[in-house]
Design a binder for this molecule. Sequence first.
Ligand code: NAD
Length: 512
Amino acid sequence: MSLAEQMDTVTAGAAGTVDRHATTETFESTNPATGAVVGVFPVHDDSAVQETVERARPAAQRWAELGFDGRRQRLAAYRGYLARRLHELADLVHRENGKPHADAILEITLAIDHLAWAGTHARKTLGERRVRAGMLAANHAAYLEYQPLGVVGVIGPWNYPVFTPMGSIAYALAAGNAVVFKPSEYTPAVGAWLAAAWRAAVPDVADAFQVVTGFGETGAALCRAGVGKLAFTGSAPTGRKVMAACAETLTPVLMELGGKDAMIVDDDADVAAAADAAVWGAMSNAGQTCIGIERVYATAPVYDRFVAEVTERVRGLRPGSDDEAAYGPMTMAAQTDVVKRHLEDATSSGGRAVLGGTVDGGFIPPTVLLDVPESSSAVREETFGPTLTITRVADAEEALARTNATSYGLAGAVFSRSKARAMDLARRMRSGMTSVNSVLTFASIPALPFGGVGESGFGRIHGEDGLKEFTRAKAITRQRYALPVNLMSFTRPPAAADALARVMGMVHGRHR
Ligand code: NAD
């Protein structure tokens, strides 16, 4: 029996940790394409969440004591397990989130790659090292290491139910923490599957990764449960609530929030390649991608060609839940209303839809909008649907100014054949990540940090920064030999401070 089959009811004992509490209230997760029930899960209350975190504490200690090698081996066993059951998990993602099976495979593949990187780079990034003690403490050895925080809480969204939370879970585990994960109420089966897979692959430290299920209140309970850090991925409004709840206990937070990412297409861009990337960046996953392309600023010399190339490609896209569909339904019905509001605002304020433009049910046709004023919500707010605005600008400088004129700052893309020009634009783009001549690529490079600025959040997952995010830096000094004069002692001679001032004058005083 597959893990997914075992999890169809809350009474199935093998479903991970979700059913080990006296929780009676339940909720269903449903297939957004058909409405069919995917699974029934407990609504974990404050005490169930607290119980889970308390069970994770001794597991965190055991997990930390395993050291980098012990954890690397077990993280490898976990990724091996995921890789062997890739299709099973992809099928569950398809059923619960709605995305095509092939896209689910891509998402899981990325998550596995990050697990591999985090497990194999943890020692080098976090392990004990000696640093130079410097002139004032030359008789000491100085050590730096990055220690785990204990139990880390992870709250995730539904749009990439494997890849997105794994960006926190994999790095938190590799850094030596236990994890309690609260998946979105729209994708609890995927979350429970991931935890059940952990129990199966790493039975000797099974409680190092557990799941609690429920709605916002369950997430809020996790914020207040005394975790060492709370890694949140979701919308900015919820992020504010999470920060407020975490502030009560001074629990540090990592915020991975929404975006309104733009692509700049410069005069010398490969227009066909830019169009291809823009269409994937905007429409794949039904546009429900935090780092999806929602706006394009194309310079006047390439604008018409770019619009023609995009239109031709988008015309061939069809949403659906069959194998040939380009993308699936909106996972969360309420988001359909947001997309509708943005489209209405765009067209009523002077914009026009060259393709799509209507919202009727959960399968939204791909929509390309032109001439939308910058003041429109379709340009200013996160739409999170299969839509793209394309705006003509005089040059790349104007494109950059418009790109940066947003409260968000997650990612973005630049298309130009000039390496120097593209790199300069990428650097000046106010965002955490930028791809040159591609879209979304940074997410697939585990060594690169992932995170935003402004309303897109703060803190970083992935890469060395992502590992350090789930640790505290620990500084240790060890006196190697005593000096004849100890400046930090009441026994120091009165002349010592004057001598020190003279030395400082000689070493630093010449700088003006
Ligand atoms: P959301 O903010 O509605 O919910 C996210 C999670 O928070 C869910 O698990 C939800 O149950 C929980 N939650 C809700 N209220 C809570 C509360 N008061 N306290 C604690 N937890 C609470 O977001 P969503 O609709 O699930 O996801 C879509 C959003 O996520 C988009 O804005 C998208 O851009 C963003 N996102 C960001 C990234 C990133 O890495 N920056 C990645 C994926 C998605």
